[in-house]
Design a protein around this ligand. Structure first.
Ligand SMILES: Cc1cc2nc3c(=O)[nH]c(=O)nc-3n(C[C@H](O)[C@H](O)[C@H](O)COP(=O)(O)O)c2cc1C
Length: 332
């Protein structure tokens, strides 16, 4: 049992990533009830969406105090800087166990979160982000490697999970003992959890694997495509952010299935930025027709380990059993 697991009374040191618009109330509550940390994907900070999904999570948990102690929410920091209404609402009306800030400077919002009693989780993408997160008051650091699905650091500015975790663990041991470290990016089964623990993490955060569950809000057709794809089939780029008119800072981009529209533009990003109209029309038609050769599916390299769409609780049981057997195998 790690300190992180003890802190939230977890049966396995695992956290659901607060995936924007995908990790809704049903998925977050299923994870919290199954003994992991369950974070609602507050993402871009839409107040109506966040309030609805957080309430669904509370209703589904139905008075189970232990599970409520494992429920929280995550937000995108650079979007909160434009509008923090959803975070304000959450802190004013509820007592989340944890609030996660990702993608941008956490400091403008950190004090309010820490003084609300929620554990502050900060996602980092390179070692230089670490002192800033500690300065903000993070209790938990998520070291996200570029294997991760959805947004993250670009291949050049980010890190690979396997070398990032032990380096971050050493830094924390030397400079901020008592802070918990979670590894994220490419971890999708119990072997990955065991590996992250061996590398010095106190637990892991999973996005892609928990995305492919019954409770996730993603479209069923997109989930089917994910089950059929292998890990060679994703790529990082700004293509889908440009097509979707999302003004992400340039140090971040997006890992998704490398579909036809991605291939068409991935080597011509400047051209796409300068003249996006035709490509946006093409993407829009894809959305109207449910055509995933054009519509994005944000998912990570671990897609090759996703072989079905189980309920979150049964997936978590499997991950725990795999973790136990991986640890036994290592011990001989
Ligand atoms: C569909 C999708 C949406 C995501 N949205 C967010 C988000 O809104 N905020 C955030 O902090 N991380 C987000 N992430 C990244 C996760 O927090 C996490 O770092 C990542 O999923 C871990 O890597 P994995 O996908 O290999 O498990 C998202 C990931 C996915 C797959």
């Amino acid at each position: 049992m790690t300190g992180f697991a003890e802190h939230f009374d977890l049966k396995i040191p695992l956290a659901l990533a607060p995936m924007a618009l995908a990790a809704g109330g049903d998925l977050a509550s299923a994870c919290a009830r199954a003994g992991t940390l369950g974070l609602v994907g507050g993402g871009y900070g839409d107040l109506e969406w966040t309030a609805r999904e957080y309430q669904i999570a509370i209703d589904t948990i139905g008075g189970d105090a232990a599970a409520m102690g494992r429920l929280g929410c995550g937000f995108i920091s650079w979007k909160l800087a434009e509008n923090s209404a959803a975070l304000d609402w959450l802190i004013a009306n509820h007592k989340p166990a944890a609030i996660m800030l990702s993608f941008g400077d956490p400091r403008p919002f950190a004090k309010r979160i820490v003084s609300s009693g929620a554990a502050l989780i900060c996602q980092i993408h390179s070692l230089k982000d670490l002192p800033l997160a500690i300065e903000a008051g993070a209790k938990i650091i998520v070291a996200q490697g570029t294997e991760a699905g959805g947004h993250g650091a670009t291949q050049d500015s980010g890190r690979g999970t396997f070398a990032f975790i032990p380096e971050a663990a050493d830094w924390i041991a030397a400079h901020a003992p008592g802070t918990y470290l979670l590894g994220a990016g490419g971890i999708a089964d119990g072997r990955g959890v065991a590996a992250a623990l061996a590398l010095g993490a106190d637990g892991v955060m999973m996005g892609s694997r928990l995305w492919a569950t019954k409770e996730c809000l993603a479209a069923p057709k997109a989930k089917e495509i994910v089950v059929e794809s292998d890990g060679d089939g994703t790529a990082r780029s700004a293509v889908f952010d440009i097509l979707r008119r999302k003004n992400w800072p340039e140090i971040f981009d997006f890992r998704a299935i490398r579909n036809d529209i991605h291939r068409e533009w991935e080597d011509r990003i400047d051209h796409l930025k300068n003249a996006p109209e035709k490509a946006r029309a093409d993407y829009g038609e894809g959305v109207r027709n449910d055509d995933y050769n054009r519509v994005h599916i944000g998912i990570g390299e671990s897609i090759g380990l996703i072989t079905g769409i189980p309920a979150a609780a049964s997936l978590i049981d499997d991950i725990q059993a795999e973790m136990d057997s991986a640890l036994k195998r290592i011990h001989g």
